[in-house]
Design a protein around this ligand. Structure first.
Ligand code: KDG
Length: 305
């Protein structure tokens, strides 16, 4: 049995290293894989479900998950299909993603391929708006996974992760808002949530998701920290500023750290403080996975006060 089972698309990553665009650092991304790895580095027992292509990048991912202690025994290698990739470029507004993922193996996953026993025996199922945006089949598979989790009493964790390169806002809003109503833990970012709810104030956004049925909302506010809300209580958990190099994967690191800490303590407020620290540390290097902290790194950062 696993603490967290994450379902979504892994993407091979190439992060721009300088303005000349001659140097790109290879790495690993894909939001739900990022969450599983972050949580594993921070002590949770995690597994991923998805499909990779029968190509070098697919094999690289299998090796990565093995090295990170993330169970990948249910991951499908799809004959004749490919693993998606993305490039990270840096502009005046921070990072920008270019995707080469249409038709990827992960986008071909369909409900009949779901590992139902694995879902049913996990403590948390984690999916995201990206898991749903990549194809109609993937979206159907997410809903089937969520319904099975709910039937089995498995907590559903959901990061809205709005990516308007993947789908138009109206469709994204319809699917994401419907899914948030089925989730126990909703993990939105402020920019996403404003577009998805039409609301501006963090307090109102938290109330929106609580009214929809969430047990916990952790709304990340960037450098301002995280607003955590449960029925009857709401707190702003401050973050500590760091000199960020690349924020790619910071939200995913927050999710993984938050879930790992919450599963240990049951305290969402303390879990958000832990998540804030882990997310801050993850911005100190390029790419999503490489700079993710381990238990000792987060402890040292928190001890510095
Ligand atoms: O949150 C970081 C992810 O966005 C990144 O790793 C790439 O999964 C990715 C996506 O679809 O944007």
């Amino acid at each position: 049995a696993f603490d967290i089972l994450a379902f979504g698309e892994p993407l091979m990553e190439f992060a721009q290293l300088d303005d000349s665009r001659r140097h790109y650092l290879p790495g690993f991304g894909g939001d739900t894989s990022n969450v599983a790895i972050a949580a594993a580095r921070l002590g949770a027992k995690t597994a991923v479900f998805t499909a990779v292509g029968d190509d070098a990048f697919g094999r690289d991912f299998l090796k990565l998950w093995d090295e990170e202690g993330v169970d990948r025994s249910s991951v499908i290698t799809m004959a004749g299909e490919r693993t998606g990739i993305y490039f990270i470029s840096y502009g005046p507004d921070g990072h920008e993603f270019s995707y080469y993922r249409a038709g990827s193996a992960a986008s071909l996953v369909r409900p009949s391929l779901l590992p139902l026993d694995l879902i049913g025996s996990s403590r948390v199922l984690h999916i995201s708006g990206i898991s749903q945006a990549i194809s109609v089949e993937a979206c159907d598979t997410c809903f089937a996974a969520v319904r099975h989790a709910r039937e089995k009493g498995v907590a559903v964790s959901y990061d809205t992760n709005l990516r308007l390169r993947l789908w138009p806002l109206d469709r994204a809003r319809a699917v994401i808002n419907a899914t948030a109503q089925l989730a126990d833990i909703v993990l939105p970012g402020l920019d996403d949530a404003r577009q998805l709810t039409g609301l501006d104030r963090p307090e109102d956004i938290c109330d929106f998701y609580l009214k929809g049925g969430a047990r916990i909302v952790a709304l990340t506010l960037g450098k301002d920290g995280t607003m955590v809300a449960v029925p009857g209580e709401r707190r702003l958990i401050a973050g500590r500023p760091v000199k960020a190099v690349d924020a790619t994967g910071a939200g995913d690191t927050f999710d993984g750290a938050f879930l790992a800490a919450w599963l240990r303590s049951g305290d969402p407020f303390a879990a958000a403080a832990y998540g804030n620290a882990a997310a801050a540390l993850s911005t100190l290097g390029h790419g999503a996975v490489a700079p993710m902290p381990r238990v000792a790194d987060v402890a040292a950062f928190l001890a510095k006060g």
